[in-house]
Design a binder for this molecule. Structure first.
Ligand code: KE4
Length: 429
């Protein structure tokens, strides 16, 4: 595969952008090689500047559930563009967006729009701390909630990919208020509440972990977190930046029928433009300025272009009959084929899937439910598999600890090609 232009552009970028990328996980560090510079994308395909075309299963790390350049999104943005790009004043579309989120997400009665998932999670824990007047939070090792200081403690995604689960620059005084438990281990949570009685404001959790690769919540885990937080007067925050509008119209909280106190959203909600949001019960959200004393703000929050792209996406998801059934059926077909291929080739692996998000782990264990188990995965084997897939025209996440996504734009032909390429790559490992 020719990648001369990407090589040249990567060298150029490294002179003026840290690591040549604006987000570390894009740098192909853990899979080695040169990150591909993308020229354009359309539907299920993505094309790099050397003219290589791939079927895209990264979906910009989740947002592109409808595929690229979906007409409803292109038209929504084009139409909005003619009326200006940002006013810094209230607009009706922000109200329509808030109404749409409240309609789709069961626990959300009021929202606040922000510009990224990180802003949403940072704001959510500030709200939880302000509301409960307690300083500490509990997060789970391997979960990633963006790059806010309080979350870069045993974090997942790019942090775990690069082997930097804790980041310099996060002060001890911040880190001491972040307690870390083990995903799918309720005992580890109970222990923290006993040790830190009455000082824990909230638990923040990815209801389906996507940032250590996909790890499903064990039976009773989410219910247990709901019970423990209620019992200890703490809030339960579902970080649905990945699962929101991905697993169901109402995200993981609909899929598992659990009502958190606060929900954070991102990715799909912006239709590919920078949007994040957080929301919850009215009494909680009315603690925010200018109504209440807890401050949070943003120049471009509720930006009209982003709102038009996001609202068009949510309305489409909300009104397309059987959207999630069809999407999840496609993903189930891929999961089954991957498992078949592992058997045919005698390659040791585990496929974790929830809905249309999944990860193929290279691992000798039979099931992967915890960060300890995940960390025994063979990253070198994944790296080889990643490049073999790339050569076959399949664009996967450049990290064993991320998720791949099926989108509405993936045709049967795309999935057949994915399954064939998967078999061929496994045979060559
Ligand atoms: P952003 O600030 O990147 O929009 O969202 C942060 C975030 C919060 N919560 C969850 C559950 C997330 O997955 C994320 C961001 N996800 C990563 C990849 N899984 C984004 C990719 C990147 O960092 O470039």
């Amino acid at each position: 595969m020719k990648i001369e232009k990407s090589k040249t552009e990567f060298e150029r970028a490294c002179k003026v952008i840290s690591g040549g990328v604006n987000s570390p996980v894009r740098a192909f560090k853990s899979v080695k090689g040169t990150p591909l510079f993308i020229k354009k994308a359309n539907g299920s395909k993505i094309e790099d500047i050397d003219g290589n075309v791939f079927i895209d299963f990264v979906a910009s790390w989740g947002p592109m559930i409808l595929g690229h350049t979906h007409p409803i999104i292109v038209n929504a943005i084009t139409d909005a563009l003619k009326r200006g790009t940002s006013y810094g004043a209230p607009t009706i579309i922000e109200t329509e967006m808030a109404e749409q989120i409240c309609k789709m997400v069961p626990s959300v009665e009021k929202v606040r729009m922000v510009n990224s998932g990180t802003e949403a999670t940072m704001s959510a824990i500030r709200l939880a701390r302000g509301y409960t007047k307690k300083d500490k939070i509990i997060k789970f090792a391997g979960c990633y909630h963006g790059h806010g200081d309080s979350f870069l403690i045993k974090a997942g995604s790019g942090a775990i990919t690069l082997g930097l689960p804790d980041s310099p620059g996060v002060t001890q005084s911040i880190a001491k208020d972040t307690l870390t438990a083990n995903y799918n281990d309720l005992e580890s949570v109970e222990k923290l509440f006993i040790e830190h009685k009455n000082s824990i404001s909230s638990i923040i959790v990815e209801p389906v972990a996507g940032n250590m690769g996909v790890v499903k919540p064990a039976k009773g885990f989410l219910e247990g977190l709901r019970e423990i937080t209620k019992k200890n007067n703490a809030l339960l925050i579902f970080d649905e930046v990945i699962t929101g509008f991905r697993l169901a119209k109402g995200g993981a909280q609909e899929y598992y029928n659990i009502m958190p106190d606060i929900t954070t959203l991102g990715k799909i909600i912006g239709g590919g433009l920078p949007v994040g949001a957080y929301g919850g019960r009215k009494d909680l959200m009315d603690m925010l300025a200018p109504v209440g004393p807890i401050y949070q703000a943003g120049t471009l929050s509720g930006n009209p272009l982003a709102m038009n792209a996001g609202l068009a996406t949510l309305k489409y998801l909300d009104s397309t009959p059987d959207f999630y059934k069809k999407l999840n059926d496609k993903a189930e077909k891929v999961e089954k084929a991957f498992i078949d291929n592992l058997k045919k080739t005698n390659v040791k692996g585990v496929v974790n899937r929830v809905g249309s998000m999944m990860t193929l782990f290279f691992n000798d264990l039979n099931k992967l439910e915890s960060i300890e188990q995940i960390m025994t995965s063979d990253k070198d084997k994944y790296a080889k598999f990643f490049h073999l897939s790339l050569e076959a025209g399949i664009y996967l996440a450049p990290s064993q600890f991320e998720s791949m996504f099926i989108s509405e734009a993936h045709s049967n032909e795309d999935l057949e090609k994915l399954i064939k390429a998967n078999l061929k790559a496994l045979e060559q490992l």
